[in-house]
Design a protein around this ligand. Sequence first.
Ligand code: ATP
Length: 216
Amino acid sequence: MDLRVKNLCKDYIKNKRKINVIKNFNYHFKSGKIYLVKGESGKGKTTLLTLLALLQNETSGSIYFDDKQVNALNNEVKCQIRREKIGVIYQDFNLLDRLTVLENIILLDVCEKRKSKQEAISDAEKILEMLNLSHRANHYPFELSGGEQQRVGVARAVVKNPSILIGDEPVSNLDAENSKKIVDFIKHYCRDNNKLCIVTSHDESFDQYADEIIYL
Ligand SMILES: Nc1ncnc2c1ncn2[C@@H]1O[C@H](COP(=O)(O)OP(=O)(O)OP(=O)(O)O)[C@@H](O)[C@H]1O
């Protein structure tokens, strides 16, 4: 799926002052490509990703998934589109402590009745195998290393077969070895499955894999 953005603007109001963070941003993100968003701290990288992931509303401008404008839809429909089409990987993993690895991964599919429980478990097990995490399926997040937790975060994002994968600093809390495992997985997953991937990273982890680098 392609994602096009036209004249996107985002303002925040802080102490009665308007901060114009995203200013007339235009871009055509293409299916199957990896985009890396860079910029100094405070330039609006996270803000841009949350707008593209439909996690918050823009101040003005338009967002299209293929030819369908999605940003003007009501929140319920946007939420549904987000759940179906977008996988998000968070910097701080965002796993639920009281659920096992497997339960974290199947939670949404089962709650939303997208798949039977057995189907969800089978899909999750396949992804865990791809990420070399099968032996951790019944462990809790606190029993895992940071790198393992982030691989669970990746598994949770891709298990629903999203069209767009969005990662906000997905490897910034990891050492070089774990970072490489995750970057390699994301690269192969997106190339092999023709997914659009948009990530931010403050270091060079994704530089050589990105098809395009966007500087804010
Ligand atoms: N909810 C909010 N309310 C007010 N201001 C905000 C809000 N969220 C972000 N900002 C401000 O918007 C600007 C951009 O923030 P954002 O987190 O998008 O930048 P960033 O490029 O991701 O930064 P970093 O690299 O430090 O994570 C910052 O000045 C921040 O203080």
